[in-house]
Design a binder for this molecule. Sequence first.
Ligand code: HEM
Length: 511
Amino acid sequence: MNTTSVLTDLRAAAQADARIPAATAAGFLLLGSMVFLFRRTTQQDDSGIVKLPDWASYLTAWSFFTKRHDFLFNGFAKTGQDLFQFRFLQHTVVAVSGEEGRKVFHNDKYLDFTQGYQILLGGAPRLEQSSQADYVPENMTWFNKNVALLFSKERLADVLPSLLDDIHTSLSKSMPQKEGRIDPFRNVYDLIVQMTIRMVSCRSLSNDPAAVADMWKYFDIIEKSATPFSLIVPWLPTSATRNKEKATTDLYMFLVKYIEQRRNSTPTSDAFDVLISSGLDNQQIVGFAMIIIFAGITNSSVNACWILIYLAAHPEWKVKATKEVHDLLASYSNPVYANEPLHKRLATIPIEAWESKMPVIELALKETLRLTATGAALRRNTKADLPMAGKVVKRGWFLAYSAADVHLNPDIYSNPDDWDPSRFEPGREEDKKQAYAFIAWGGGRHPCSGMKFAKLEIKMIVSLFLAGFEYDLVDAKGNPPKQLPVPNINDLQRASPLGDPVYLQYKKIVD
Ligand code: HEM
């Protein structure tokens, strides 16, 4: 799910546009398939970028959605080049690898972020045919300005105790006994959902579990509707697209009810109040909240799970990280709170310490992200033909750069499949070997604007686990696992675990 699609869907929900009749759509699909299937194959053009055969762009589109990493990796292997181009539906996409291409990809100001992700909607305009003067700069500024307001240090400090309450409540529900076993990929996800909704909405919604569950039902439908088929032919009225339209409208109406309530109440530090006083209308506020929820939840929850797993599998790091949390509690906790439950004591650690005094957990998270962040970032060249690594990316073409190009590259990271946070420590600093060698938070013109919040929520979950429980990894039979699962690098959304499942076998040690 990406920011552009959410805004587009919202516009649709708010304005109720006309629908293409099913028969017309099916006719277009057939005609389109024939045109694409019988397009003449050619291997060269004046860009100098080698081409994959373009006689079956719907098949290419299918692998680009279902096995993106393998598709890109095989393309580089087949062509032996740092850049290759392929047809994706009606568009040309350049797959980029190597340091030179990576620098341009992250820094050129005419490589448009929003239009890049629009390719996944199949609805990007035909830029080749319009004049260069038509270029409208991407508009992430208003969005990032409001992210900065919501995730300011003051607001994070303000909401920190409520977030820790959320973790405590959620863990008490999913881990009710003194001892037990949980599947982190199920339980941690719900927890991040709750925390994110708190960060972007208002108390009357986030304090009401039934309302959070209702809201999540709509999101779930929208997320599940993003099947490869519905993304490749988004205009075809399938049941997934119909469900998505209805859920988007329902979600819009649901959130507007709360926003209107806030408009008629005394302002507080709740996110809706902050956005209202920043001058946003209802549609903008809903769009903003939805983008944050889609951008934040999946990445944050999956990484919170993986870091717990990697720490459990590397006891020396788990011991160091646990000591770090105890040391922070000892330095900051007020003796008045000595008999309070753990989450209340953690709430007395100031935001500055969460941000800058957790070097061990910070390293562990960085290494976790290196292994899970292997997806492709997308852009579109909106201005003049762009020189890249001795070749030319034409105006209107899309670009895809996979983070696996650096994160799993043995020339940059020794034994890249191993989880080893010390590779970032002074003396080794493997991520400094090449430009943009660590891009799990993006880089250049589009660094992640949710990074501070994402780090904070992951550190809070890890701290509650490490100081509150003894836990180990077990397999389905309760034995130490023979092998660790690995992140599925072809999973575009979740870096889901591949291999036999593992569980966290826990014993509560403090309340
Ligand atoms: C572990 C959690 C997260 C990871 C690993 C992550 C990763 C990334 C990456 C790699 C990019 C750059 C994408 C590109 O270059 O195409 C990015 C951009 C972005 N992220 Fe995150 N993100 C996380 C959490 C969040 C959260 C919680 C938010 C909520 C605000 C968020 C909001 C954004 C936005 C708005 C951008 C685009 C920034 C721009 O274009 O200026 N992210 N993120």
